[in-house]
Design a protein around this ligand. Sequence first.
Ligand code: COA
Length: 156
Amino acid sequence: MEYRISPLSPAHLPEVDAIEVLCFEDPWSPRLLEEAVTGQNALCLGAFSPAGELAGYLLAAYVLDEGCVDNVAVRPELRRQGVASLLLEALAGMARSRGLAFLTLEVRASNLPAQRLYEKQGYRPVGRRKNYYSHPREDAILMTLELRNETEDPDA
Ligand SMILES: CC(C)(COP(=O)(O)OP(=O)(O)OC[C@H]1O[C@@H](n2cnc3c(N)ncnc32)[C@H](O)[C@@H]1OP(=O)(O)O)[C@@H](O)C(=O)NCCC(=O)NCCS
């Protein structure tokens, strides 16, 4: 299926909330989701089916030249079709065009599917945050994607 990636708006929040509850043991509340989508520095994207149904979403924001990915989720029945990859590729493109230097994220140490996804998109593990998550308590792996052009001369 072809998916269209476009920015999320408050009108998408009921669908975002429904997917969030399906995908996470400790889901964000509707109020937190609304704050993420309407935030001034939000970079929040949805993947839409040809019928306009939300298949998955990505919540991110930036401060100065640092972007932070807060959440990525795809409807269980639509996984392994490249939806999350499309969302992350679109985010990296937007972040580059805004001149951001890097994107960071935290992922549960046990969430190997998500770590594979991020590694395929070029994110590298750079640290571990002890007991970062609750419900259940677990360490986070901190991952970063460098956005600077690798052919640029750092001494220039
Ligand atoms: C993690 C998640 C977002 C992946 O979404 P997706 O649309 O299925 O991901 P993609 O189809 O783009 O997968 C890209 C690659 O990631 C890896 N991957 C994704 N899901 C995987 C799984 N269940 N097991 C192993 N590797 C997996 C694979 O390398 C995959 O490439 P391949 O299909 O060619 O092998 C989805 O499983 C999800 O919503 N999980 C619950 C919420 C979550 O854990 N979010 C991330 C933490 S914030």
